[in-house]
Design a protein around this ligand. Sequence first.
Ligand code: T3D
Length: 261
Amino acid sequence: MASSILTTRDDGLLTITLNRPDRLNAFTAEMLNQFNGVLNDAATDSGVRAVLLTGAGRGFCAGQDLNDRAVAPGGAPPDLGESLENRYNPAVRTIRSMPKPVVVAVNGVAAGAGANLALAGDIVFAARSARFIQSFAKIGLIPDSGGTYFLPRRVGTARAMGLALLGESIDAEQASDWGMIWAAVDDDELLSTAAGVAGDLAAGPTAGFAKTKEALNASGLNSLDDQLDLERDLQRAAGFSDDYAEGVAAFLAKRTPEFKG
Ligand code: T3D
C-alpha cells in the first residue's frame, strides 16, 4: 500500500506530498503520525533548507477523515482534544517553529484542518481552482489547527468570523485578494512556481530566514518595545553570521552570493 505521506529531496529542498487522493488527502491518525515524523525530521535535519508541502490528486487536504472513527448520535463520543493535542497541534507547532521556510502549494480543495494547516505555512500559493473551506461549522466544531489564530491575523476579524461561522468556500483568487495567501496561480503552473520559490529559499540565507520567522511569529503578542528589543537581538546575531558577510561581499563584487545558512 502506498504511503499516505510521500517525500522527495532535491538538494536542500524537501517536498512533502499528502497522499490519500481518493479521500482528498483527509487525515487519519496514522497519516498524521507519519506527517509529524516527517515534519520533525525536516525541522532538525540541517540538510533540509526549505520545505514544500502539497497534496496528491485533485485535493490538497479535506481535514480530518470523518470515517477514521465511529461518530454517531448516541454513540461514545471521541475525545477531539486528544486528537488535537497529540496530532494536529504538534504539526502546526512544528511548521510554525521550524527554523526554515515552509512553502505550501494548495493544489485543490483545502477544508477543515486541511485549510488551516495550509495557513500555518510561511508562503502559501494556491491553484486558481483551489478552494478554502472552514468546514467545521457544518459539523458542529470550531476552527482548529490554528484557524482561530491564523485567520484573524491574515484576513481580519470580520472576514475570519464570516468564514468560520458560515463555512462557505472561497476560491484562491479571493483568498489572495483578502491577503489570506501569497498568490493564486494558474493550475498548470502551481507546482513549478511554488517549487521555484521554495528552491530559491533553500539556496538563500536560511539562518536569517529563521530569525525573520521567529520575529514575525513573536510580533502577534509583543508590544512595540518588546519587538524592537527582539529585532535588536536577532539582527545582532544575523550581523555576526557568515551569510551577512557573504551577502555584502557578493553585492559589492556584483556576484551571486553563496549562502551556507
Ligand atoms: O480529530 C478530530 O476530529 C479533530 C480535528 C478536526 C479537524 C477537521 O478537519 S474537522 C473537518 C473535517 N472535514 C470536513 O468536514 C470536510 C468534509 N468534506 C467535504 O466537505 C467535501 O468533501 C469537500 C468540500 C472537501 C470536497 O467536496 P467535493 O464535492 O469536491 O468532493 P467529495 O465528493 O465530497 O469527496 C470526494 C471523496 O472524498 C468522497 O468519497 P467517495 O464518495 O468518492 O467515496 C468523500 O466522502 C471523501 N471525503 C472528502 N472529505 C472527507 C472524505 N472522507 C472522509 N473524511 C473527509 N473529511
